[in-house]
Ligand binder design. Structure first.
Ligand code: ATP
Ligand code: MG
Length: 734
């Protein structure tokens, strides 16, 4: 695999890109020669010198922008203001353009300064998230190229572990010299903290200030100070929320952000593609009696859900034998379809659906039902499918409704209680009623409307409660901590503090779990991640896998993707996926593999898709008597510590989603046995290092490296991610 990958890159796009970039790299090398001779303090003085060079070429234009801003601010006349706005836009564009030209010119010297500074720092100590590290990095040439690509406002695709954290320092340093701030955006606050402290070592040595917004409280002087720093690290959500909060302040002084000049987004595909359309929402409490109703109706809904579960279990039990026989399989599928309408997440059902051919049969039934519904009422043959159920959920749970049977059960005395009247019909009737005086008509209408509002609110609450019970699973979709319902991020497995599901779902889940139902809130300000990042003058991104998203990045953000080769040949060995018929067989196979590798003294990382699976596996490992660590949303605080130990011989770590975590694992003594196992590529087209075997050929042969690598970190993925772009989790060693 690695070989094909190499030719692909060097044969095509990278080659072209390289032609343009090579002269820049050469220029960096030339500056480096000169900088080597400088004393430490002379090297540090480079920062103010370069700042001066940039300022010299942009101050006039920058002053123009400031002047127009002030004029516009002070201008009382709307027409003049519009005119000034236009002038301002022109001036800003001119400034940004001149700035980019100046930065391009300074780039080689700035990058050389950073590289030389890294060299001076070798061996110095830096404390990162509480652990002392020795600085051991000087950017490689491929990393310089990555930095150039980022400076140009593109996406640099560099494989995991290629040191994107360090790569980012080059363009961050350069762009920060303009004095307008440079932002580095991460997916989680662990990475923001880690990288700001780690890279902060280099930046402060060079005389720049570094802040991490996630280490400060929102709307405080500390938060503002973090933005005033030359370089600011933080999570995408925090950047976005600060922008929203800034738009709600009363005076300009209360704002924390300054300009949106340049941002580099780490793990860019997860931020700009996966999360891009989720709006960030700031909401305020509106307080209403509706909140009490969630708890009030919960008891009834619990009863209904219990009844429905019994019905669904019954349907499934009946279906199972029918599926075995070809003559009755369709009948069985109809029953399963009914069960699916009632409880789409029923465990037994999901298991049956995984058996060969069953899902296809159920889908056929679904199509038949859809077709049947289009027929005139009298000819419909499948109307009964909902009859046995109390409520019906659509497959993805977006909609839910009570059936007649459900309404009757909820309110045996008054069957109309949970039926929303047809308001237009009722209003029409009132209008036509000639026996009513105009005043009475208004009175009647008001009554109908009030009745309508009350009933639809009640129904809405009941629907949300049904969803909460039937579709949202504790420990998978959310956890309950200290009387609060916390959402678990489906992608990262992390807890999303402060986020709430909208439209009453969160209240419903709170009622279900019996914790205090928080007030319904209303949206005060909102922005999507996509729109937030579009505000930056220049945007860049880094990722391990972006090629699949290339068109999307380009269409939405105008961002190009450049694939950067690895500095050394890839030595990861990817194994094929293994598929098991049942979950328990799969778990057993995972445990067996963990045991096998553990006995050989290798560290093992088991990747899971959610908290639930990680805890199941943890229990099973415990039963087999294996010491291990669990890294998921619940034990997030100890993350750094767990990661630091995960590469030690024989350690076992279970992790929920591994984005940005895998490479922090440092291999302990004896884990890597020889220099070359797993390597299949032997070309070095661009300054990369090719490993030389440190063991004699016979010895390596004896280790049988490429059949079943005897060394390295063993990664076992328990599930294949549904989305193709996300890291494929398959048994991988290297
Ligand atoms: N030039 C260098 N010299 C020595 N070590 C380096 C260099 N660049 C990076 N490293 C090391 O490589 C490791 C991986 O770096 P980093 O976490 O930045 O990778 P990454 O590309 O961001 O990976 P991921 O995609 O998993 O986030 C780190 O331990 C870092 O110290
Ligand atoms: Mg990284």
């Amino acid at each position: 695999m690695a070989k094909g990958w190499f030719t692909k890159i060097f044969g095509t796009q990278f080659q072209r890109e390289l032609k343009r970039i090579r002269p820049i790299v050469d220029a960096i090398h030339r500056h480096e020669e000169r900088l080597k001779a400088l004393s430490d303090s002379e090297l540090q003085a480079q920062t103010s010198k370069l700042r001066g060079l940039i300022a010299e070429r942009t101050t006039v234009l920058a002053a123009d922008v400031e002047r127009l801003k002030r004029e516009k601010h002070d201008c009382p006349d709307a027409e003049q203001r519009a005119e000034l706005s236009q002038k301002l836009a022109v001036a800003e564009a001119a400034y940004v353009k001149a700035l980019q030209v100046a930065l391009n010119d300074v780039l080689p010297e700035a990058f050389a300064t950073v590289r030389e500074a890294c060299r001076r720092l070798l061996g110095s100590e830096v404390v990162v998230t509480g652990h002392a590290l020795k600085w051991d990095m000087v950017p490689y040439d491929v990393q310089l190229i990555g930095g150039i690509v980022l400076h140009q406002g593109k996406i640099a695709e560099m494989a995991t572990g290629e040191g994107k954290t360090l790569v980012a320092t080059l363009p961050l340093y350069l762009n920060a010299l303009a004095g307008r701030g440079a932002h580095l955006v991460t997916v989680n606050n662990y990475l923001a903290r880690r990288d700001s402290q780690w890279m902060g070592h280099l930046f402060t040595w060079l005389g720049l200030t570094v802040g991490c917004i996630d280490d400060t409280e929102p709307s405080t002087p500390e938060r503002r100070a973090a933005y005033q720093c030359d370089i600011t690290y933080g999570t995408n959500n925090e950047f976005g929320f600060d922008y929203l909060r800034d738009n709600m302040v009363f005076t300009l002084e209360q704002r924390v952000q300054r300009s949106h000049a340049y941002a580099i987004i780490d793990e860019v595909d997860s931020i700009l593609i996966d999360e891009a359309r989720t709006p960030l929402i700031i909401s305020g409490a509106v307080g209403s009696e509706a909140d009490e109703k969630y708890a009030q109706f919960n008891a009834q809904v619990v009863q209904l859900v219990r009844k429905q579960t019994a019905v669904v279990n019954d349907l499934i039990a009946k279906a199972e034998p029918l599926l075995a026989d070809e003559k009755t399989v369709y009948q069985g599928a109809v029953l399963l379809y009914q069960a699916q309408l009632g409880m789409p997440k029923n465990k037994k059902l999901l298991k049956l659906l995984q058996e060969p051919g069953v899902k296809a049969q159920v889908q056929r039934v679904e199509l038949d039902v859809l077709a049947d519904r289009k027929l005139p009422a009298r000819e419909q043959k499948m109307r009964h499918v909902e009859e046995d159920l109390y409520f019906v959920l659509d497959e993805r749970g977006h909609s839910v409704h009570l059936t007649d049977k459900g309404v009757e059960t909820m309110s045996p005395q008054d069957p109309n209680l949970f039926v929303v009247p047809d308001i237009s019909h009722a209003v029409h009737e009132i209008e036509r009623d000639e026996s009513l005086a105009p005043k009475e008509k208004i009175e009647r209408r008001r009554q109908v409307e009030a009745d309508y509002a009350m009933k639809s609110e009640t129904l809405h609450i009941i629907h949300k409660l049904l969803q909460a019970h039937a579709l949202y699973e504790r420990e998978v979709d959310y956890v309950v901590q200290e009387g609060k319902v916390l959402i678990v991020d489906e992608f990262t497995g992390r807890l999303m503090h402060g986020r709430r599901w909208s439209e009453g779902l969160h209240q419903a889940v709170e009622a279900k779990e019996g914790v205090a139902v928080q007030e319904e809130s209303q949206t005060l300000a909102t922005i999507t991640i996509q729109n937030y990042f579009r505000m930056y003058d220049k945007l860049a991104g880094m990722t391990g896998t972006a090629e699949t998203e290339e068109t999307e990045f380009f269409q939405i953000y105008g961002l190009e993707v450049v694939v950067i080769p690895t500095n050394r040949p890839v030595r990861r060995v990817d194994k094929h996926d293994l598929i098991y018929k049942t979950r328990s067989e799969k778990y057993k196979a995972i445990l067996d593999e963990v045991e096998r590798q553990h006995e050989r003294g290798l560290p093992i990382l088991v990747g899971t898709v959610n908290v639930d699976v990680s805890e199941t596996l943890s229990r099973m490992l415990k039963r087999r008597g294996f010491r291990h660590e669990v890294l998921n949303a619940k034990y997030h605080q100890r993350e750094a510590e767990i990661v630091a130990q995960a590469g030690q011989p024989g350690s076992i770590t279970i992790a929920t989603n591994m984005a940005g975590r895998g490479t922090d694992i440092k291999l302990g003594p004896g884990v890597k046995k020889c220099q070359v196992c797993g390597i299949t590529a032997h070309e070095a087209p661009f300054g990369q290092q090719i490993e030389r075997a440190d063991l004699p050929p016979e010895e390596i042969k004896r280790l049988a490296c490429n059949d079943d690598p005897p060394c390295g970190l063993v990664i076992i993925g328990t599930e294949r991610h549904e989305a193709p772009r996300k890291t494929k989790l398959s048994p991988t060693r290297g």
